[in-house]
Design a protein around this ligand. Structure first.
Ligand code: PRX
Length: 645
């Protein structure tokens, strides 16, 4: 029996949403979406109020529009509208990699800084609709850059600082960015990350990008290209601290964020302005039960969607105090998170299961020596949280006092979709529990038949939907329709498997497609494979995920070498480094198995199902192998399975 954790009485007293409200609002959100969202859309300030609410179709001519005739500016909603009421309140608490470095930035200061950069970007010729790539570490300037883009109507595309020059170049080229905003170097765990060097290399092949703005973070020795590169501090010093925000239509793009799928290159997930902001701010308020004046900390990087919605846009739209952390959980030691919680009196803490699992290994003592008395609510995101890690998080970090919101969502969804509301939902460790307003989960079998009751299946989402959903794949609407709306007609297919229990709670079981979730980061198997086969000694490669104690899933690569090449430890290291260089450290294979042959059908298709089972050490469940061109390949692979051979 799963243990049930009811809403603590103390928590319920002040909670924004109770069980009854959840039920009422949920029913209305799916039965009368226009009425429901028509009301809740007013939580943001509109320049021209909308008269239309929902215009969505998941079939036929697939399109998603919300509040389409309204106009607004997202940055003005995150800054200007707070100036009168909370101009001198902290907007961002920045905690540096070095524990002796931190600062508070007020809404007024942030507003002035964003205006300066908006003016500087305009002077460089950046206009509404232009794309701007941001390749920055976790410094305040990252939020400033996002908001300055939003202010002038430029579309930002953030590339995580851990990505390689090639990966950065691909993302700049795909959307023809005109400007890159980067830093000399990043700083993580005491180590420097050569951002400008990487950027210089990437820009060798990016013709669209005419200007670079460089933030001085470490003062490291870098090369500035005359006419192209500009120091951030020089541009902003001389720019005016006032700026009139550009009026944007609700459906004007706000940002692009590249994410891995089962096939091909990463997709540019496109989010627009009005619906996204309504949804990000509303979920931030209700899922985290955010009350004015509380200190809220999401440990993600702004390079991922979690950083977009729940470090910057959601919290700032709500006038919250949001903490930005430059470092890593284990530097200078493994109690850093809890030290930061005590230092800044954090009330709400949101992190990933992989961080919890790795800190669990260090034991309770290191947590217990900190107070954490300020904590009121904990959150989890990015991958399934195993009940053991959930229980540890609850007991050790939260002292049995803080509810945990296990929030399931995706880059594509813009905001949290399945989650407890902490004042309304009894918790089950390992379950993301119930849908947020507007979200209609449907469980389907492989044939696309909807399944009722307590079942396991593929997780789809039916209309009416929620306003924060992605609108298209940048530059390729057909790929958008194909990827998400063609597998199961009339529904959005998430790529995840799930189980629904007898209480209607959802348990996400993980990806059912060729995407691997490594430490909460998505990696397409096809991307890693194409990096591997680009190596001159590799003839063929197949990549699958396998259970990994800390990372959730690890990357398992089957590699066939070209004739006359012999496997060796040296070559294994060379291939791991090669993938790191091609994509970035997060794509490094954890295990490489030398495979003279791969299991293929007679038509030449690699049978990944079999490779997955072998990687998982589940040799008994291989299923039918008779359709293989050469079934003996499988025996060889089993014989040589890493842990055995
Ligand atoms: O498989 C699900 C997993 O992460 C995927 C989305 O990854 P990404 O777009 O990078 O966004 C991560 C942050 C929202 C999902 O398809 N996932 C995310 N959150 C959870 C989760 N799996 C289980 N439980 C979660 N809470």
């Amino acid at each position: 029996m799963t243990e049930l954790f009811p809403v603590p009485a103390d928590f319920a007293k002040n909670a924004l949403i109770d069980e009854k409200t959840y039920e009422e609002w949920y029913q209305r959100s799916v039965n009368d979406p226009d009425g429901f969202w028509g009301e809740h859309g007013k939580r943001v300030d509109w320049i021209k109020p909308y008269t239309q609410v929902k215009d969505v179709s998941y079939s036929g001519d697939v399109h998603i529009k919300w509040f389409a005739d309204g106009t607004l500016n997202v940055a003005a909603n995150c800054l200007d509208r707070h100036l009168e009421t909370r101009g001198d309140q902290t907007a961002i608490i920045w905690e540096g990699d070095n524990p002796n470095e931190s600062k508070h930035v007020t809404y007024r200061e942030l507003h002035a800084e964003v205006c300066r950069l908006a003016n500087a970007m305009t002077d460089l010729g950046v206009k509404k609709g232009d794309r701007v790539t941001i390749y920055l570490p976790m410094i305040v300037e990252a939020a400033v850059a996002m908001l300055a883009c939003a202010r002038i109507g430029a579309v930002h595309s953030i590339v995580f600082g851990g990505f390689s020059p090639d990966a950065l170049a691909g993302r700049i080229q795909d959307c023809d960015s005109v400007l890159l905003i980067t830093a000399d170097e990043g700083l993580r765990g005491g180590r420097k990350v050569p951002l400008k060097v990487n950027a210089d290399k990437a820009l060798e092949t990016c013709w669209s990008c005419k200007s670079v703005i460089v933030v001085k973070r470490t003062g490291g020795d870098i090369h500035m290209v005359a006419g192209r590169d500009h120091w951030y501090h020089e541009l902003t010093e001389k720019a005016a601290a006032t700026h009139t925000p550009v009026e944007m239509s609700a459906e004007d793009p706000l940002f692009i964020l590249y994410t891995s799928g089962s096939t091909g290159k990463p997709k540019g997930v496109l989010h627009t302005s009005g619906g996204y902001l309504v949804y990000a701010s509303m979920t931030h308020q209700y899922v985290f039960d955010y009350h004015d004046g509380e200190v809220y900390w999401c440990t993600a990087d702004v390079g991922w969607v979690t950083g977009h919605s729940y470090i910057v846009y959601g919290p700032l739209a709500n006038g919250a105090i949001t903490l930005m952390f430059e470092g890593i959980p284990t530097y200078p030691d493994a109690s850093r998170f809890w030290q930061v919680v005590d230092k800044h009196k954090v009330n709400i803490f949101y992190t990933a299961p992989t961080a919890i699992r790795s800190l669990m290994r260090e034991g309770e003592e290191i947590v217990k020596k900190t107070s954490r008395a300020s904590l009121r609510l904990l959150g989890s995101v990015g991958e399934p949280i195993n009940p053991e890690a959930w229980l540890w998080y609850h007991r050790v970090v939260g002292d049995n006092r803080c509810p945990i919101v296990d929030t399931w969502w995706q880059t594509e969804t813009g905001g949290i979709l399945i989650t407890p509301l902490p004042g309304a939902t009894a918790l089950k460790p390992g379950s993301a529990t119930r849908p947020f307003f507007g979200v209609k989960p449907v469980m389907v079998d492989a044939e696309g038949k909807s399944l009722d009751g307590a079942v396991e299946g593929n997780l789809c989402l039916a209309e009416p939907g929620w306003p924060g959903q992605m609108r298209t794949v940048f530059g390729d609407h057909e790929r958008f329709v194909q990827t998400y709306f063609s597998t199961y007609k009339g529904m959005y297919f998430t790529g995840d498997g799930a189980r629904r229990d007898e209480d209607g709670y959802y348990w996400i079981t993980g990806r059912v497609d060729d995407v691997i979730n490594v430490s909460g980061h998505r990696m397409g198997t096809a991307e890693v494979e194409s990096a591997l086969v680009a190596h001159p000694k590799v003839a063929e490669a197949a990549v699958v995920g396998y259970p990994h104690e800390i990372k959730g899933q690890g990357i398992y690569a089957y590699v066939t070498l070209v004739a006359d090449e012999e496997p060796s430890e040296e070559l294994r290291k060379e291939l791991v480094n090669w993938v790191r260089k091609e994509i970035g450290p997060i794509a490094s294979p954890d295990l490489i198995q030398w495979s003279p042959g791969l299991p293929k059908t007679r038509s030449g298709k690699i049978m990944r199902r079999i490779l997955r089972k072998i990687a998982e050490n589940e040799f008994g469940a291989l299923g039918d192998t008779s359709t293989l061109a050469d079934p003996t390949v499988v025996d060889d692979l089993i014989e040589n399975r890493m842990n055995r051979g």
